[in-house]
Write a protein that binds this ligand. Sequence first.
Ligand SMILES: [Zn+2]
Length: 56
Amino acid sequence: MARVSSPYYSKEGSVYHIFSDCSAGKSIKRSLKVAGRGNKKLCGACKGIKAGKRTR
Ligand SMILES: [Zn+2]
């Protein structure tokens, strides 16, 4: 089950994440993780999970 999290993103990335179990989101170092959308695009993997497809 995909768990929806509050939006977060990496200071070094160009996308934001909405699932806590997104593999790309999981790899964000804690020191670079920021809450919010940061005016970025939704992560492709999160988009896939949202659409019901698991793209890992
Ligand atoms: Zn993601």
